[in-house]
Design a protein around this ligand. Structure first.
Ligand SMILES: Cc1cc2nc3c(=O)[nH]c(=O)nc-3n(C[C@H](O)[C@H](O)[C@H](O)COP(=O)(O)OP(=O)(O)OC[C@H]3O[C@@H](n4cnc5c(N)ncnc54)[C@H](O)[C@@H]3O)c2cc1C
Length: 467
């Protein structure tokens, strides 16, 4: 651990654009050094903030005055064995994808920020274009506890039941709900690995992971559908969500503001150079991703989507379809919207105190939620993942965006939904989650924090002092 100096100021921020403070910095090169830093910090009562590549959008890697513990210099290793990738958590997603590509393998999940570390993807519960979360594919995990000890978790070996979970040769007793309402609260039957995925640097550090890989599908297609009104786009979404999931792996709806933001960012975003101009009279768009080995099956699924698009008022001339490498150029539209949003935020900061928050609330009806959010959205955009009901909204320069997000979270929970968090709760949404928690959920969260982090030294913790 070395004292913080202003030459290291990059450790104070992440892509959420929040900025914190640090008194200490540690960038260990080996697991041994990392565990020593944890022990030293615990002994001195210093708050710890874990940092991967700091591409997170929820402020989880923003230090809170204590130690910024960066994993970027930690020794990297990768190896494929029995279809599993064994990798250190410091490996970047882009590095892993290149390594897998050489062997014609892919991950089931496809988060899009290549700089992000595998540990960061695991810790934030990251997903990408497709609905599969990265963490759900992890079969084995070497985990460092905040105390500097380690834990080896194997999928299937430890799961929560209604009374808690048995780990570290002890029982963590807590009332575990049947269904979880937000990340951090476990549910009955949940595997320890799935619970730790999404724990956002609150309960320790992922050191090594073993994650499933798959042969690259023989065929992949991206189709963009442009529609003249949001009502048409949502009617298409509703019809298409019932379509066969055998080949349809992703379907996203972009509202008019998202399309406008992308169009106006064209000159500055290199990824948009490969993407044609959107049809000038389009109000909303849908992006579908299909993949599989059965070429005929995919063609049938695509023509089914085109029929639904026509029935919703779309015209075939307002579609783009691309295969293989060309499809991969269109697919990052959602990623590019995130980049455009960050650029917009930086620009707005020059003149106003712009704030951006993410909402990923699954309602009973995500399409209704998407529509309702449009009515109250002052400035920003909405993107909806139709197949699993995730809404990503970016809110700019609002008076009180937190209040709007909280309102949506409350409604999502009241309607039996989930206050989801593709980007993690981080520091941006952690307090909101704790405000939403019931007394039983709080009891559960406290018992888990006490077991994993008895000195409550992780800066993203839910509770200031351990019980
Ligand atoms: C343009 C853009 C596009 C993006 N697209 C996507 C997307 O498609 N899908 C998606 O899910 N996210 C996306 N993100 C968000 C971001 O890339 C992910 O949240 C990513 O998982 C963060 O990884 P990182 O290594 O940068 O983690 P950091 O930002 O450094 O940390 C994120 C959180 O994880 C914790 N953490 C980091 N490493 C570890 C570890 N080894 N063990 C335990 N905790 C750890 C940190 O404490 C923090 O709470 C995008 C971001 C940008 C800027």
């Amino acid at each position: 651990m070395t004292p913080y100096s202003s030459t290291l100021s990059s450790v104070l921020k992440d892509e959420s654009r929040m900025e914190g403070k640090a008194l200490w910095v540690s960038q260990p090169q080996s697991v041994g050094e990392l565990l020593d830093s944890l022990k030293e910090a615990a002994e001195k009562g210093i708050d710890i903030t874990v940092q991967g590549s700091r591409t997170g959008l929820a402020g989880g890697a923003v230090p809170a005055g204590g130690l910024a513990l960066g994993l970027s210099k930690l020794k990297k290793s990768m190896e494929i064995k029995d279809g599993l990738l064994l990798a250190s958590a410091s490996v970047a997603l882009g590095e892993a994808k290149v390594y897998l590509k050489r062997q014609r393998l892919v991950f089931a999940a496809d988060p899009s920020e290549d700089e992000a570390t595998l540990g960061g993807l695991f810790a934030t519960g990251a997903r990408g274009l497709k609905t599969e979360p990265f963490g759900r594919q992890v079969q084995e995990l070497l985990w460092a506890l905040p105390t500097g000890e380690t834990l080896l978790a194997r999928r299937g070996e430890a799961c929560f039941d209604s009374t808690g979970i048995r780990i570290f040769n002890q029982s963590i007793k807590c009332p575990v709900p049947v269904k979880s309402r937000f990340p951090g609260v476990p549910f009955q039957g949940q595997d320890l690995i799935d619970f730790l995925s999404g724990s956002d640097g609150r309960l320790g550090i992922a050191l090594n992971i073993k994650v499933k890989t798959f042969p690259k599908p023989k065929n992949s297609w991206a189709i963009a559908f442009f529609l003249k009104s949001e009502a048409q786009a949502l009617s298409f979404a509703e019809a298409a969500s019932d379509a066969s999931r055998e080949f349809l792996k992703a379907l996203w709806i972009f509202d008019q503001n998202a399309l406008s933001l992308l169009s106006k960012s064209r000159a500055s975003l290199s990824g948009l150079k490969d993407i044609p101009e959107f049809p000038s009279d389009s109000d909303s768009a849908a992006l579908a991703w299909l993949e599989g080995d059965d070429e005929e099956g995919i063609e049938l699924a695509m023509s089914g989507l085109l029929d639904l698009f026509s029935e919703s008022g779309g015209s075939e001339s307002d579609t783009w379809a691309a295969e293989g490498i060309e499809a991969e150029k269109i697919a990052p539209l959602k990623h590019l919207a995130e980049e455009a949003a960050n650029m917009e935020l930086d620009k707005a900061r020059l003149t106003s105190n712009a704030i951006r928050l993410s909402i990923e609330n699954s309602y009973g009806s995500p399409i209704k939620a998407f529509r309702d959010l449009g009515e109250s959205l002052v400035q920003g955009y909405r993107i909806l993942s139709v197949l699993d009901g995730r809404i990503h909204a970016r809110l700019f320069a609002l008076q009180d965006p937190g209040k709007l997000v909280l309102g949506y979270a409350l409604r999502a929970l009241a309607e039996g939904g989930f206050f989801a968090s593709d980007y993690g709760l981080g520091k941006a949404k952690r307090d909101m989650a704790i405000d939403l928690a019931s007394p039983q959920e709080k009891e559960c969260l406290m018992a888990i924090q006490q077991a994993f982090d008895p000195a409550s030294s992780m800066s993203n913790r839910f509770f200031r002092a351990a019980l």
